[in-house]
Design a protein around this ligand. Structure first.
Ligand SMILES: NC(=O)C1=CN([C@@H]2O[C@H](COP(=O)(O)OP(=O)(O)OC[C@H]3O[C@@H](n4cnc5c(N)ncnc54)[C@H](O)[C@@H]3O)[C@@H](O)[C@H]2O)C=CC1
Ligand SMILES: O=C(O)C1=N[C@H](C(=O)O)C[C@H](O)C1
Length: 249
């Protein structure tokens, strides 16, 4: 398969290696230094594009792929409030699109079990719940996309929580740590070189239940993105990674 990489930073470079290992060819690599090469003609040399850029550039890149008729895998986070308008654009262009806040298999298992756990915890209202995420200091968005997906999984299944609220912890100080009983706290910490750690914490006076995913490196995210590219290449339509893994069947 011929792949275009839109974003050639930490993730783009690992995706390139895994794509080569799986016998794919990289026909276009776009980063901040060669944006002039992001043309319809160049995009159309690829069977599929994989987008890991920045929250402020991802929407333009999605639109370019839709217009060029190239299926696109989107891993960039920090833009998901725009998801409905992307879905409409995808349908309008009869395009192919798949996205995930986290492409790793382990995290997608975690997402699934998180929902089951939240439903179960309705029976034990003396536990309060919060989410904690830790990432490297270059990360542009807070909370992480993964933490938002985890929070949405809890809000959809645990009656006590109605909305999430993010608190960024820096130098042991929180920016605004007031939280209502029906709000789900997402704490964000930034620590040098952490690829991504997410914990769901149910705490009571008696004990604490912690459900945690720790990424040891970025290989799982990158492999998942290449698997998504293989999956979407011959499809049309708007998909999320849940459609690819389908743990319910
Ligand atoms: N969904 C998932 O599984 C994962 C998502 N991510 C997300 O992927 C994104 C990228 O992460 P990293 O590679 O760590 O960031 P990075 O900062 O290392 O790389 C971003 C790259 O985008 C390039 N870029 C800037 N403007 C661009 C444009 N207009 N078009 C194309 N590329 C452009 C930059 O030059 C840079 O090479 C972030 O939003 C991050 O949160 C990261 C890991 C896993
Ligand atoms: O920026 C990152 O590095 C990561 N971003 C994603 C997110 O925001 O959840 C996925 C992963 O945690 C790494």
């Amino acid at each position: 398969m011929k792949i275009a990489l839109l974003g050639y930073g930490k993730m783009g470079k690992i995706i390139e290696k895994i794509a080569h290992d799986r016998k794919h060819e990289i026909v276009l690599k776009i980063d901040y230094n060669n944006l002039d090469e992001l043309t319809t003609q160049n995009l159309q040399k690829a069977d599929v594009a994989i987008e890991f850029s920045t929250p402020s550039t991802v929407l333009g890149n999605i639109e370019s792929c839709f217009k060029a008729g190239v299926p696109i895998v989107v891993g960039t986070t920090g833009w998901h409030h725009e998801i409905e308008q992307i879905k409409e654009q995808c349908e309008y262009h009869k395009a192919a699109f798949i996205y995930a806040t986290n492409f790793s298999v382990g995290v997608n298992v975690f997402f699934h079990v998180n929902k089951i756990l939240a439903k179960l915890m309705n029976n034990y209202p003396y536990y309060d719940v919060q989410v904690e995420e830790i990432h490297h200091t270059q990360k542009l968005d807070s909370p992480s996309g993964t933490a938002i997906t985890i929070a949405e999984g809890i809000l959809d299944n645990l009656d006590a929580k109605k909305d999430w609220k993010n608190v960024v912890i820096s130098d042991d100080k929180a920016d605004d740590d007031t939280i209502a009983a029906d709000e789900l706290l997402i704490e964000s910490l930034r620590i040098e070189n952490v690829p991504g750690t997410h914990t769901v914490i149910y705490d009571s006076e008696i004990d604490t239940i912690e459900f945690k995913h720790t990424a040891h490196n970025r290989n799982g995210f990158a492999l998942g993105a290449v698997l998504a590219a293989e999956w979407i290449a011959d499809k049309k339509g708007f998909y999320s990674v849940e459609d690819m893994f389908d743990f319910n069947s």
